[in-house]
Design a protein around this ligand. Structure first.
Ligand SMILES: Nc1ncnc2c1ncn2[C@@H]1O[C@H](COP(=O)(O)OP(=O)(O)O)[C@@H](O)[C@H]1O
Ligand SMILES: [Mg+2]
Length: 311
């Protein structure tokens, strides 16, 4: 993994107007970078703003504030049609629900080839067919599947089709928004392994979104923990698992079941109580050890540091 930045998210905000006077602050000022070739895991419970983060990065929404840079270039702001097209090719998304995200009236061939068509990446029908067949094989399906429709496939197979669709345009960066949450546990590891293999083969960079910490550890180099539109902790994944600092991260970690009966018998779910925070000032992301950041006040930082050093 390099230390070269592919994506830079700075003070990003997404506030949705939901009524004349009501606003949902789905993302409320988050800052993080993603390095070339790494997997950055974004974790937090349902409704904390993960999908909105992914969708804002990929420009499905305009940002309320802040900015996103991709390869050093501003993603938001004015862009020419050809710049936008180029950008759309470099960044792709895989969705949570492999049932809803594939058009039931299109063949697998047409679903996967859509991006090839939009970007004019094939010169003939024959080349288009060969490209799609190659992609199907690359994701563990076979070329005979090309003429079938999505309903003929299982959840795991559909997610493979979604992955093939994302790969078709040869992207650099893929946002995978809970790509395994809707799948049977037995299938989840297969899809994660496929994503990892593809990453190795093609040098892809991932933003991998999940609502719990169980699978993310295996795929992520670094992890950001989100709570109510804010990033509360950010660290290398080993460090985050070994030395979690923010009480919300600790609570998420305590929820992971392990296949060890002794551990399970004694496992204590730690509840997170946000009212326990120091409110003497606005919390900020502070670096508690190299590349390990936690959202806290000055006073909390002193206490967290003490605890972190004791570990
Ligand atoms: N288009 C939208 N309009 C209004 N509110 C939205 C919209 N999209 C998401 N939200 C709200 O923003 C918050 C974060 O949603 P989301 O990003 O989907 O969370 P997550 O993916 O972590 O479950 C939620 O309160 C959700 O209801
Ligand atoms: Mg979501």
């Amino acid at each position: 993994m390099s230390k070269e930045k592919l994506l830079e998210v700075k003070n990003l905000k997404q506030h949705f107007k939901t009524g004349r006077k009501s606003v949902v602050k789905a993302i409320d000022g988050i800052t993080f970078d993603i390095y070339k070739g790494e997997t950055f895991g974004l974790v937090g419970e349902s409704g904390c703003g993960k999908s909105t983060t992914g969708r804002t990065i990929i420009r499905l929404y305009d940002a309320t504030d802040g900015n996103v840079k991709f390869n050093g270039e501003d993603v938001h702001g004015k862009k020419s049609a050809s710049d936008l097209k180029k950008f759309n090719q470099k960044m792709q998304m895989i969705f949570q629900d492999p049932y809803a995200s594939l058009n039931p009236r299109m063949t697998v061939m047409d679903i996967i080839a859509e991006g090839l068509d939009v970007h004019g990446l094939t010169k003939s029908a024959d080349e288009r067919k060969r490209r799609v067949e190659g992609l199907l094989e690359r994701v563990g399906l076979n070329k005979e599947h090309a003429n079938r429709y999505p309903h003929e496939f299982s959840g795991g197979q559909r997610q493979r089709i979604g992955i093939a669709r994302a790969l078709a345009v040869d992207p650099e960066f893929i946002i995978a928004d809970e790509p395994i949450s809707a799948l049977d546990v037995s299938i989840q590891a297969q899809v994660v392994n496929l994503l990892k293999e593809l990453q190795k083969e093609q040098g892809l960079t991932y933003l991998f979104i999940a609502h719990d910490l169980s699978m993310v550890k295996y795929i992520s180099d670094r992890i950001g923990v989100m709570y109510f539109g804010k990033l509360v902790e950010l660290a290398d994944s080993d460090e985050l698992y070994k030395n979690p600092v923010h009480p919300y991260t600790k609570s998420l970690l305590s929820a992971i079941p392990l296949p060890d009966p002794d551990y399970e018998r004694n496992r204590q779910r730690v509840a997170y109580d946000p009212s326990q925070h120091d409110t003497s000032e606005e919390p900020e992301l502070r670096e508690i050890s190299p590349d390990h950041w936690v959202l806290c006040t000055t006073k909390e930082f002193e206490a967290y540091k003490q605890e972190h050093n004791d570990n």
